[in-house]
Design a protein around this ligand. Structure first.
Ligand code: PEP
Ligand code: MN
Length: 368
């Protein structure tokens, strides 16, 4: 039982396991073979608690693969028969809910594009009135905590007790390296308000690529999240949806081997939450610095073209002295040490010269 209106039971308890809850499977069920083979390879890892596969796919643009529909449900149930692992899929309408209940799907999830719409969430909640099935609610695509909580409340009021939240990142103009900005503080705030609500992290939709998956998964565990949902596929590059972010079940196994499940008691939760907020700020500032550096180098390149076309030398000592003196004074006023500012400027200046040199060389090569 939790404070402020949510009465939830543990999904881990329902599954009969200890956290972290591990959920995996393809973004979409594409064929029976792909669904069942992925599930069997995941079964071999011996630590996947719930199999996922999208049957109805909400795609940004029409004309893409929109899911196998009800045929896919039969494949998901075949995967369950072969592996003995319970299964979950995304529902967005009352008709989806009915089809899933009829097929015997164990756990449902509400997708990010559905959580944003209270009409749709209510339709799902109404279809689930009086049904005892666990439901996981992804955060809405936009960073709005109340909307996320509102969806959980609607389901809770319909009688759904085994509820979990899935943190899959947020759509934002300034994403940095992620497909969906993690904005960890939203998950932390949700956990602070509902300490017993389990939050599962979905690194796949946060990252949008394979490279960052281990970092995001580790960060989720370090934040004491209750589990990980990660997309896996027998042949990720050939996936019909979200190919760039999927990995093979074997690669997922290796990733799980490398993850460290820390004990929550080692450092206080408050300490870790504060650290995360501070690191998030650092990440954001580093993104800004990278963006500015890139913009600065592009201007250097433009200057290079201009100098080349006017037959002017690259290095102009007066200009360098002027940059150094003004920036040193500015850095000093802003509390940055003289050594640091000098080293930083030298590095930037050196790279600018290289950029301009390449522009000049270009002309020489063309002339030859
Ligand atoms: C998915 O899990 O494949 C999916 C569609 O996710 P989201 O709702 O987070 O975009
Ligand atoms: Mn997906």
């Amino acid at each position: 039982m939790s404070k402020k209106g949510l009465q939830t039971n543990s999904l881990a308890g329902w599954l009969g396991i200890q956290t972290p809850i591990i959920i995996s499977g393809p973004c979409s069920a594409e064929t029976e073979h792909q669904t069942v083979t992925t599930a069997m390879q995941l079964k071999a890892l011996n630590r996947v608690h719930l199999l996922r596969a999208g049957i109805w796919k909400p795609r940004t643009r029409p004309g893409q693969f929109e899911g196998a529909g009800e045929a896919g449900l039969a494949w998901l149930m075949a995967a369950k028969r072969e592996t003995g692992i319970p299964v979950t899929t995304e529902v967005a309408t009352a008709a989806h809910v009915e089809a899933c209940l009829k097929a015997g799907v164990d756990v449902l999830w509400v997708g990010a594009r559905t959580t944003v719409n209270p009409f749709s969430v209510q339709e799902i909640a109404d279809a689930l009135q009086g049904v005892d099935i666990p439901v996981m609610v992804k955060n809405p695509v936009n960073p709005d905590l109340e909307l996320w909580i509102g969806a959980l409340e609607r389901l809770n009021r319909a009688g759904i007790r085994t509820l979990a939240a899935i943190h899959r990142g947020f759509s934002s103009f300034d994403k940095g390296p992620f497909r969906n900005a993690p904005m960890w503080d939203f998950a932390i705030e949700l956990k602070t308000r509902f300490p017993e609500l389990e939050i599962i992290c979905d690194p796949s939709h946060i990252c949008g690529n394979r490279e960052l998956l281990p970092f995001v998964a580790q960060k989720a565990l370090d934040l004491d999240m209750a589990g990980i949902m990660l997309e896996s596929h027998i042949t990720p590059d050939q996936a019909w949806s979200d190919a760039k972010q999927q990995i093979t079940p074997a690669a997922f196994g290796k990733m799980l081997d490398a993850l460290i499940v820390r004990k929550a008691e080692v450092v206080s939760k408050e300490f870790r939450d504060t650290l995360t907020i501070l690191r998030e700020q650092i990440d954001q500032l580093d993104d800004d610095i990278m963006g500015k550096m890139s913009a600065r180098m592009k201007i250097s390149e433009q200057i290079g073209h201009y100098k080349r076309d006017n037959n002017v030398t690259i290095l102009q000592v007066n200009r360098w002295d002027e940059i150094l003196n003004t920036r040193l004074a500015q850095g000093n006023a802003m509390g940055l040490s003289q050594d640091f500012v000098t080293d930083l400027l030298k590095l930037i200046h050196y790279e600018s010269i290289q950029v301009q040199q390449r522009v000049m060389n270009d002309k020489v090569e063309k002339a030859v």
